[in-house]
Design a protein around this ligand. Structure first.
Ligand code: DX5
Ligand code: ZN
Length: 217
């Protein structure tokens, strides 16, 4: 059985935006703050962008984990990199010259992440493994918080773990993640659990995140 303590990244998409500062205080034990940018084109929803990310940065020292659910994400790499996030993640389905884009993220001093929608195969990844710091396996179709986890993604995570064997690449999951499936996910090979509604709807997000982490023990 794989024993690792996963990193926990609350997605502030599920936070109460009328009191974002207080919400960030509730997740002060987080390892990363997951920041979902949606453009209304790549996904059928619009969330928030740079000004909100800057505000988040002003009230927390926890590194950001920027998930760009946008078309042509190359346009935004420089501005988000100025916030010195741990990762900037672009979508496989949104980028034509993927190797170049990943290299650009690294040149900006940021970890290069690649997200895959549920139906997107892992196929081409073997040629760009050395350009990757993180692979985000979407466990829902991106666009909304609070959706149901797609169980078939467990196989994809196992395949991804086998594919990245020997490379220092983190595997992250996003969508429908909670204490109910955290152990299965870690066993399958996940290093970073993103969770929005599960964490923010908890009366004690700190305790909830500790419980998620302990699932790797
Ligand atoms: C979905 C976003 C997620 C979302 C997850 O498109 O990328 O980060 O906030 O929310 P939950 O954990 O509620 O499924
Ligand atoms: Zn996300």
């Amino acid at each position: 059985m794989r024993k690792i303590r996963p990193l926990i990244a609350p997605s502030i998409l599920s936070a109460d935006f009328t009191k974002l500062g207080e919400e960030l205080e509730r997740v002060k034990e987080a390892d990363l703050i997951h920041f979902d940018v949606m453009d209304g084109h790549f996904v059928p929803n619009i969330s928030y962008g740079l000004p909100v990310a800057e505000a988040v940065k002003r009230v927390t020292d926890i590194p950001l984990d920027v998930h760009l659910m946008v078309e042509q994400p190359e346009r935004f790499l420089h501005s988000f990199a100025e916030l010195k996030p741990a990762y900037i993640t672009v979508h496989y389905e949104a980028v034509t010259h993927l190797q170049r884009t990943l290299a650009q993220i690294r040149e900006l001093g940021v970890g290069a992440g690649l997200a895959l929608n549920p139906h997107t195969p892992l196929t081409g990844l073997k040629y760009i493994l050395s350009d990757l710091d993180l692979i985000l396996i979407m466990t829902v179709n991106p666009g909304y918080g609070g959706q149901r986890f797609i169980p078939a993604m467990l196989d994809k995570i196992r395949d991804c773990r086998a594919l990245t064997n020997g490379y220092p690449i983190k595997i992250q999951v996003d969508g429908g993640v909670s204490t109910a499936n955290a152990r299965q996910l870690v066993d399958a090979g996940v290093d970073i659990l993103v969770a929005g509604s599960a964490i923010f709807s908890s009366p004690d997000p700190g305790a909830y995140m500790r419980q998620m982490r302990a699932e790797g023990d």
